[in-house]
Design a protein around this ligand. Sequence first.
Ligand code: C2E
Ligand code: CA
Ligand code: CA
Ligand code: CA
Length: 279
Amino acid sequence: AKEQGDGLYHFYDSLIENQLAENMQLENDLKSALHGGQFTLYYQPKIDASSGGIIGAEALIRWMHPDFGVVSPAKFIPLAENSGVILDIDEWVLREACRQNKAWQDQGLAKFPVAVNISARHFYQSNLLPMITRILEETGLAPQYLVLEITEGTLIRNVEYGVRVMEDLRKMGIHISMDDFGTGYSSLSQLDRLPINEMKLDRSFIQGLMEDSKKSSIVRAVIELGHHMDLRVVAEGIESPDELKYLANLECDQFQGYFFSRPLPSGEFSAFVRHWDGS
Ligand code: C2E
Ligand code: CA
Ligand code: CA
Ligand code: CA
Protein backbone atom coordinates (compact mmCIF):
# COMPACT_ATOMS: atom_id res chain seq x y z
CA ALA A 1 0.00 0.00 0.00
CA LYS A 2 2.89 2.28 0.80
CA GLU A 3 4.38 1.87 -2.67
CA GLN A 4 1.04 2.45 -4.30
CA GLY A 5 0.65 5.57 -2.22
CA ASP A 6 4.05 6.75 -3.28
CA GLY A 7 3.20 6.11 -6.92
CA LEU A 8 0.07 8.16 -6.65
CA TYR A 9 2.01 10.84 -4.86
CA HIS A 10 4.58 10.99 -7.64
CA PHE A 11 1.80 11.05 -10.18
CA TYR A 12 0.17 14.09 -8.60
CA ASP A 13 3.57 15.59 -7.99
CA SER A 14 4.45 15.49 -11.67
CA LEU A 15 1.01 16.83 -12.60
CA ILE A 16 1.61 19.80 -10.35
CA GLU A 17 5.13 20.19 -11.71
CA ASN A 18 3.80 20.26 -15.27
CA GLN A 19 1.20 22.78 -14.27
CA LEU A 20 3.81 24.96 -12.63
CA ALA A 21 6.11 24.69 -15.62
CA GLU A 22 3.29 25.61 -17.97
CA ASN A 23 2.28 28.56 -15.81
CA MET A 24 5.87 29.73 -15.67
CA GLN A 25 6.13 29.58 -19.42
CA LEU A 26 2.83 31.44 -19.83
CA GLU A 27 3.87 34.08 -17.33
CA ASN A 28 7.11 34.53 -19.21
CA ASP A 29 5.37 34.64 -22.61
CA LEU A 30 2.90 37.26 -21.37
CA LYS A 31 5.61 39.88 -21.49
CA SER A 32 6.16 39.53 -25.20
CA ALA A 33 2.49 38.86 -26.04
CA LEU A 34 1.50 42.50 -25.80
CA HIS A 35 4.22 43.77 -28.14
CA GLY A 36 3.75 40.73 -30.36
CA GLY A 37 0.12 41.67 -31.00
CA GLN A 38 -1.15 38.36 -29.60
CA PHE A 39 -4.04 39.88 -27.67
CA THR A 40 -7.40 40.65 -29.16
CA LEU A 41 -10.75 41.79 -27.76
CA TYR A 42 -14.02 39.97 -28.17
CA TYR A 43 -17.35 41.66 -27.47
CA GLN A 44 -20.50 40.24 -25.91
CA PRO A 45 -23.80 42.11 -26.21
CA LYS A 46 -25.85 43.31 -23.24
CA ILE A 47 -29.57 43.23 -23.90
CA ASP A 48 -32.14 45.63 -22.47
CA ALA A 49 -35.01 43.76 -20.80
CA SER A 50 -37.75 46.20 -21.75
CA SER A 51 -36.83 47.00 -25.36
CA GLY A 52 -34.97 43.83 -26.31
CA GLY A 53 -32.34 46.06 -27.91
CA ILE A 54 -28.58 45.89 -27.60
CA ILE A 55 -27.57 48.52 -25.07
CA GLY A 56 -23.97 47.70 -24.45
CA ALA A 57 -21.05 45.39 -24.96
CA GLU A 58 -18.56 43.81 -22.61
CA ALA A 59 -15.00 43.65 -23.91
CA LEU A 60 -13.31 40.33 -23.09
CA ILE A 61 -9.66 39.69 -23.83
CA ARG A 62 -8.34 36.67 -25.76
CA TRP A 63 -4.73 35.56 -26.06
CA MET A 64 -3.72 33.86 -29.26
CA HIS A 65 -0.65 32.01 -28.01
CA PRO A 66 1.72 30.87 -30.80
CA ASP A 67 2.07 27.34 -29.30
CA PHE A 68 -0.99 26.82 -27.10
CA GLY A 69 -3.66 28.48 -29.28
CA VAL A 70 -6.32 30.48 -27.49
CA VAL A 71 -5.58 30.82 -23.77
CA SER A 72 -8.52 31.71 -21.51
CA PRO A 73 -8.31 34.94 -19.51
CA ALA A 74 -9.43 32.90 -16.47
CA LYS A 75 -6.02 31.26 -16.78
CA PHE A 76 -3.68 34.09 -17.72
CA ILE A 77 -5.19 37.12 -15.94
CA PRO A 78 -4.20 35.73 -12.49
CA LEU A 79 -0.67 35.11 -13.83
CA ALA A 80 -0.56 38.62 -15.23
CA GLU A 81 -1.68 39.96 -11.86
CA ASN A 82 1.19 38.13 -10.15
CA SER A 83 3.82 39.48 -12.47
CA GLY A 84 2.47 43.02 -12.71
CA VAL A 85 2.06 42.76 -16.49
CA ILE A 86 -1.66 43.23 -15.81
CA LEU A 87 -1.13 47.00 -15.68
CA ASP A 88 0.03 47.05 -19.28
CA ILE A 89 -2.66 44.61 -20.34
CA ASP A 90 -5.47 46.60 -18.68
CA GLU A 91 -4.19 49.78 -20.31
CA TRP A 92 -4.10 48.10 -23.70
CA VAL A 93 -7.65 46.74 -23.20
CA LEU A 94 -8.96 50.17 -22.21
CA ARG A 95 -7.38 51.89 -25.20
CA GLU A 96 -8.46 49.21 -27.66
CA ALA A 97 -12.06 49.07 -26.35
CA CYS A 98 -12.40 52.87 -26.46
CA ARG A 99 -10.80 53.07 -29.91
CA GLN A 100 -13.12 50.34 -31.23
CA ASN A 101 -16.25 51.87 -29.74
CA LYS A 102 -15.41 55.27 -31.26
CA ALA A 103 -14.76 53.60 -34.62
CA TRP A 104 -18.19 51.92 -34.47
CA GLN A 105 -19.79 55.27 -33.69
CA ASP A 106 -17.99 56.88 -36.60
CA GLN A 107 -19.27 54.08 -38.84
CA GLY A 108 -22.81 55.01 -37.84
CA LEU A 109 -23.52 52.03 -35.59
CA ALA A 110 -26.09 52.79 -32.85
CA LYS A 111 -24.22 54.21 -29.86
CA PHE A 112 -23.79 52.14 -26.71
CA PRO A 113 -21.29 51.99 -23.85
CA VAL A 114 -18.47 49.45 -23.84
CA ALA A 115 -17.66 47.77 -20.52
CA VAL A 116 -14.06 47.00 -19.59
CA ASN A 117 -12.90 44.74 -16.74
CA ILE A 118 -10.37 46.42 -14.45
CA SER A 119 -8.23 44.25 -12.19
CA ALA A 120 -8.04 44.96 -8.47
CA ARG A 121 -4.37 45.71 -8.73
CA HIS A 122 -4.95 48.39 -11.33
CA PHE A 123 -7.74 49.99 -9.40
CA TYR A 124 -5.28 51.11 -6.73
CA GLN A 125 -2.73 52.63 -9.11
CA SER A 126 -2.52 56.36 -8.59
CA ASN A 127 -2.24 56.88 -12.34
CA LEU A 128 -5.59 55.20 -13.11
CA LEU A 129 -7.60 58.40 -13.54
CA PRO A 130 -5.01 60.33 -15.56
CA MET A 131 -4.54 57.25 -17.73
CA ILE A 132 -8.27 56.93 -18.45
CA THR A 133 -8.54 60.66 -19.11
CA ARG A 134 -5.66 60.44 -21.59
CA ILE A 135 -7.14 57.40 -23.35
CA LEU A 136 -10.53 59.10 -23.73
CA GLU A 137 -8.80 62.17 -25.16
CA GLU A 138 -6.65 60.14 -27.53
CA THR A 139 -9.49 58.02 -28.84
CA GLY A 140 -12.14 60.77 -28.82
CA LEU A 141 -14.68 58.55 -27.02
CA ALA A 142 -17.11 60.44 -24.77
CA PRO A 143 -16.90 59.21 -21.14
CA GLN A 144 -20.55 58.15 -20.99
CA TYR A 145 -19.69 55.41 -23.49
CA LEU A 146 -17.28 53.73 -21.09
CA VAL A 147 -18.23 51.44 -18.19
CA LEU A 148 -15.71 49.97 -15.77
CA GLU A 149 -16.46 46.57 -14.28
CA ILE A 150 -14.82 45.89 -10.95
CA THR A 151 -15.34 42.89 -8.69
CA GLU A 152 -16.40 43.00 -5.07
CA GLY A 153 -13.01 41.69 -4.02
CA THR A 154 -11.37 44.84 -5.35
CA LEU A 155 -12.69 46.80 -2.40
CA ILE A 156 -11.33 44.54 0.36
CA ARG A 157 -7.97 46.24 0.22
CA ASN A 158 -9.21 49.72 1.08
CA VAL A 159 -12.88 50.60 0.86
CA GLU A 160 -12.36 54.29 1.67
CA TYR A 161 -9.88 54.72 -1.13
CA GLY A 162 -11.95 52.59 -3.50
CA VAL A 163 -15.03 54.71 -2.91
CA ARG A 164 -13.07 57.87 -3.65
CA VAL A 165 -11.75 56.48 -6.93
CA MET A 166 -15.26 55.46 -7.93
CA GLU A 167 -16.59 58.90 -7.06
CA ASP A 168 -13.92 60.53 -9.20
CA LEU A 169 -14.70 58.22 -12.10
CA ARG A 170 -18.40 58.99 -11.76
CA LYS A 171 -17.65 62.71 -11.82
CA MET A 172 -15.91 62.16 -15.13
CA GLY A 173 -19.16 60.61 -16.42
CA ILE A 174 -17.96 57.01 -16.41
CA HIS A 175 -20.35 54.34 -15.14
CA ILE A 176 -19.30 51.67 -12.68
CA SER A 177 -20.52 48.13 -12.54
CA MET A 178 -20.04 45.74 -9.62
CA ASP A 179 -19.11 42.46 -11.30
CA ASP A 180 -19.63 38.93 -9.94
CA PHE A 181 -22.00 40.32 -7.34
CA GLY A 182 -22.63 37.90 -4.49
CA THR A 183 -19.47 35.84 -4.88
CA GLY A 184 -16.92 37.94 -3.05
CA TYR A 185 -16.42 39.24 0.40
CA SER A 186 -19.71 40.75 1.37
CA SER A 187 -20.11 44.12 -0.22
CA LEU A 188 -23.64 43.95 1.11
CA SER A 189 -22.69 45.81 4.26
CA GLN A 190 -21.02 48.48 2.13
CA LEU A 191 -23.52 48.65 -0.68
CA ASP A 192 -25.15 51.88 0.46
CA ARG A 193 -21.78 53.66 0.36
CA LEU A 194 -20.70 52.49 -3.06
CA PRO A 195 -21.18 54.98 -5.90
CA ILE A 196 -22.03 52.31 -8.47
CA ASN A 197 -24.57 52.34 -11.30
CA GLU A 198 -25.03 48.65 -11.84
CA MET A 199 -24.60 45.24 -10.33
CA LYS A 200 -23.98 42.06 -12.26
CA LEU A 201 -25.34 38.87 -10.81
CA ASP A 202 -22.69 36.21 -11.12
CA ARG A 203 -23.32 33.32 -13.49
CA SER A 204 -23.13 30.86 -10.59
CA PHE A 205 -26.48 32.24 -9.40
CA ILE A 206 -28.04 31.88 -12.83
CA GLN A 207 -26.93 28.30 -13.41
CA GLY A 208 -29.64 25.92 -12.20
CA LEU A 209 -31.66 28.86 -10.93
CA MET A 210 -35.05 27.33 -11.62
CA GLU A 211 -34.37 23.99 -9.92
CA ASP A 212 -32.90 25.54 -6.79
CA SER A 213 -35.32 27.42 -4.58
CA LYS A 214 -32.52 28.85 -2.41
CA LYS A 215 -30.78 30.26 -5.44
CA SER A 216 -33.96 31.77 -6.79
CA SER A 217 -34.66 33.40 -3.41
CA ILE A 218 -31.20 34.94 -3.42
CA VAL A 219 -31.59 36.21 -6.97
CA ARG A 220 -35.01 37.66 -6.21
CA ALA A 221 -33.65 39.39 -3.09
CA VAL A 222 -30.60 40.78 -4.91
CA ILE A 223 -32.74 42.22 -7.70
CA GLU A 224 -35.08 43.84 -5.18
CA LEU A 225 -32.17 45.23 -3.21
CA GLY A 226 -30.57 46.61 -6.36
CA HIS A 227 -33.76 48.32 -7.45
CA HIS A 228 -34.28 49.71 -4.00
CA MET A 229 -30.89 51.39 -4.35
CA ASP A 230 -31.64 52.65 -7.85
CA LEU A 231 -29.14 50.33 -9.46
CA ARG A 232 -29.69 48.42 -12.65
CA VAL A 233 -29.29 44.70 -12.27
CA VAL A 234 -27.66 42.65 -15.00
CA ALA A 235 -27.81 38.85 -15.18
CA GLU A 236 -24.80 37.24 -16.85
CA GLY A 237 -24.47 33.74 -18.24
CA ILE A 238 -28.00 33.31 -19.58
CA GLU A 239 -27.98 30.19 -21.72
CA SER A 240 -31.61 29.19 -22.18
CA PRO A 241 -34.98 30.78 -23.00
CA ASP A 242 -36.32 29.47 -19.67
CA GLU A 243 -33.63 31.26 -17.71
CA LEU A 244 -34.37 34.42 -19.66
CA LYS A 245 -38.11 34.21 -19.00
CA TYR A 246 -37.54 33.54 -15.34
CA LEU A 247 -35.19 36.51 -14.91
CA ALA A 248 -37.43 38.78 -16.97
CA ASN A 249 -40.27 37.92 -14.57
CA LEU A 250 -38.06 38.93 -11.66
CA GLU A 251 -37.64 42.29 -13.45
CA CYS A 252 -33.96 41.99 -14.06
CA ASP A 253 -32.93 45.01 -16.19
CA GLN A 254 -30.32 43.65 -18.56
CA PHE A 255 -29.20 40.29 -19.85
CA GLN A 256 -25.98 38.82 -21.11
CA GLY A 257 -25.16 35.26 -22.11
CA TYR A 258 -24.61 32.63 -24.78
CA PHE A 259 -28.38 32.52 -25.34
CA PHE A 260 -28.05 35.87 -27.13
CA SER A 261 -24.48 35.59 -28.31
CA ARG A 262 -21.06 34.34 -27.36
CA PRO A 263 -18.35 36.99 -27.20
CA LEU A 264 -17.48 37.86 -30.84
CA PRO A 265 -14.53 39.41 -32.66
CA SER A 266 -15.17 43.11 -33.42
CA GLY A 267 -16.23 42.64 -37.06
CA GLU A 268 -18.69 39.89 -36.22
CA PHE A 269 -20.00 41.91 -33.32
CA SER A 270 -20.86 44.96 -35.43
CA ALA A 271 -22.57 42.69 -37.99
CA PHE A 272 -24.52 41.13 -35.12
CA VAL A 273 -25.62 44.58 -33.92
CA ARG A 274 -26.72 45.59 -37.43
CA HIS A 275 -28.88 42.51 -37.85
CA TRP A 276 -30.37 42.44 -34.37
CA ASP A 277 -34.02 43.36 -34.27
CA GLY A 278 -34.59 42.59 -30.61
CA SER A 279 -37.55 40.28 -31.04
P1 C2E B 1 -16.26 38.01 -16.17
O1 C2E B 1 -15.91 39.45 -16.17
O2 C2E B 1 -17.23 37.53 -15.14
O3 C2E B 1 -16.78 37.69 -17.64
C1 C2E B 1 -17.85 36.81 -17.94
C2 C2E B 1 -17.32 35.49 -18.44
O4 C2E B 1 -18.43 34.60 -18.68
C3 C2E B 1 -16.59 35.58 -19.78
O5 C2E B 1 -15.57 34.58 -19.76
C4 C2E B 1 -17.69 35.21 -20.78
O6 C2E B 1 -17.18 34.73 -22.01
C5 C2E B 1 -18.41 34.14 -20.02
N1 C2E B 1 -19.80 33.97 -20.43
C6 C2E B 1 -20.65 34.90 -20.92
N2 C2E B 1 -21.88 34.37 -21.15
C7 C2E B 1 -21.80 33.06 -20.79
C8 C2E B 1 -22.75 31.97 -20.80
O7 C2E B 1 -23.92 32.11 -21.18
N3 C2E B 1 -22.30 30.78 -20.36
C9 C2E B 1 -21.01 30.57 -19.94
N4 C2E B 1 -20.65 29.35 -19.55
N5 C2E B 1 -20.10 31.59 -19.90
C10 C2E B 1 -20.49 32.81 -20.32
P2 C2E B 1 -14.09 34.89 -20.27
O8 C2E B 1 -14.14 35.79 -21.47
O9 C2E B 1 -13.39 33.59 -20.38
O10 C2E B 1 -13.47 35.75 -19.09
C11 C2E B 1 -13.25 35.18 -17.82
C12 C2E B 1 -12.86 36.23 -16.81
O11 C2E B 1 -11.57 36.78 -17.13
C13 C2E B 1 -13.80 37.43 -16.79
O12 C2E B 1 -14.93 37.12 -16.00
C14 C2E B 1 -12.91 38.49 -16.17
O13 C2E B 1 -12.86 38.35 -14.78
C15 C2E B 1 -11.54 38.14 -16.75
N6 C2E B 1 -11.30 38.99 -17.93
C16 C2E B 1 -11.72 38.83 -19.21
N7 C2E B 1 -11.28 39.82 -20.00
C17 C2E B 1 -10.54 40.66 -19.19
C18 C2E B 1 -9.83 41.89 -19.43
O14 C2E B 1 -9.79 42.45 -20.53
N8 C2E B 1 -9.18 42.45 -18.35
C19 C2E B 1 -9.24 41.87 -17.11
N9 C2E B 1 -8.59 42.47 -16.10
N10 C2E B 1 -9.91 40.73 -16.85
C20 C2E B 1 -10.57 40.14 -17.89
CA1 CA C 1 -17.03 41.31 -16.30
CA1 CA D 1 -18.98 38.58 -14.14
CA1 CA E 1 -17.23 35.77 -13.32
